[in-house]
Design a protein around this ligand. Structure first.
Ligand code: P6P
Length: 341
């Protein structure tokens, strides 16, 4: 008797489509193709680890193929899979300076896909989990003969119709939301399908974990230092000190805190004058995760207000990020905005 496999991601997306009378199936096509891309990336990420063990020269892999840097490969896989489905008018990638046009030979659609193809890829050779982050917007312009306008892409995160991530770790997990809660699916290689494993994820209102790269301490301003010092100070009545957990891979740190509660911080710092707002990108990292965490009952801020309400000025702009349980992120806003010392 074959074992029941439970709810597949395809069933879950179809069920959500059937609950939406306006749904045309375009969105379902889009998500399903993105899932295929993630399966390919998952296979390549796992093989890369194997290749390293087999002592690849780093130029030619065990199948005599030209090895491409994994994040370049992941970027190529997503673009090639997504450009032909006829549901997108353009794409934006963390790896590509300019917006990505849909080739003329393919039909255009009414959605925009923004993504970080392989965030944290520098961790792959030390076997730390890495991930793909994505956000989907609906096209808002209707200029005849024009596939898209920049304003279709530079929409605030609150306009995302879907967002989520794939985390390539001990297992490959997809976490996504279309505005009806947050759900997680685990890839079962033997079945080749993502199966529902985390139904309706809710982040604890208050956590016990803070995640930040304390090596940047001397590059932070006084308010940021006071905030991090708060989490480290001993005070039993408020459950302090918090536990410090920092993997250095955004998707891994975020996913742990989503399930267990806590706060991830990448504050503004003076480390790199070219990046005064910190390292993380608004469009392809902060906004998608901000939608996920809000749908799970959490909150994401730049230290002064909601990430999701920031009006983007350029695609690759960066933002300070405080994301996770409502209690801790609200505290971060109080410290960073100077309401609390
Ligand atoms: P730092 C990985 O390079 C990344 O973009 C995120 O995944 C991660 O959260 C951050 O950078 C880590 O940066 O400066 O702490 O090494």
């Amino acid at each position: 008797m074959a074992q029941r496999v439970g709810t597949t991601i395809t069933q879950h997306i179809l069920n959500q489509q059937r609950e939406n009378p306006q749904a045309t199936g375009a969105f379902t096509n889009l998500l399903n193709e993105l899932i295929v891309a993630a399966k390919v990336i998952s296979r390549e990420v796992n093989k890369a680890g194997l290749t390293d063990i087999l002592g690849s020269t780093g130029e030619v892999n065990v199948q005599e193929e030209q090895v491409q840097k994994l994040d370049v490969l992941a970027n190529r896989v997503i673009i090639e899979r997504m450009q032909h489905i006829g549901e997108l008018c353009c794409m934006g990638s963390e790896e590509v300076a300019d917006l990505i046009e849909i080739p003329h030979k393919y039909p255009k659609g009414n959605y925009i896909l923004v993504f970080d193809p392989l965030d944290g890829s520098s961790n792959i050779d030390v076997n730390v989990s890495i991930g793909t982050i994505f956000g989907i917007y609906r096209k808002i312009s209707n200029e005849p003969g024009v596939d898209y306008l920049l304003s279709d892409v530079l929409q605030p995160g609150i306009k995302q119709v879907a967002a989520g991530y794939f985390i390539y770790g001990s297992s490959t997990i997809m976490v996504y939301t279309t505005g009806n809660g947050v759900h997680g699916f685990t890839l079962y290689p033997s079945v080749g399908e993502f199966l529902l494993s985390h139904k309706n994820i809710r982040i604890p209102e208050k956590g016990k974990i803070y995640s930040v790269n304390e090596g940047n301490y001397n590059y932070w301003d006084e308010k940021t230092r006071a905030l991090v010092d708060y989490f480290k100070t001993k005070d039993k009545s408020s459950g302090r000190p918090y536990t410090s957990r920092y993997v250095g891979s955004l998707v891994a740190d975020f996913h742990r805190n989503l399930l267990k509660g806590g706060i991830f911080m990448y504050p503004a710092d003076l480390k790199d004058p070219k990046k005064p707002s910190g390292k993380l990108r608004l469009m392809v990292e902060a906004n998608p995760l901000a939608m996920v965490v809000q749908q799970a009952g959490g909150y994401a801020s730049d230290g002064h207000g909601p990430i999701l309400e920031i009006q983007p000025k350029e695609f690759h702009q960066r933002t300070p990020l405080f994301i996770g349980s409502k209690h801790e992120v609200s505290l971060a806003e109080q410290f960073i905005s100077g309401q609390r010392a």
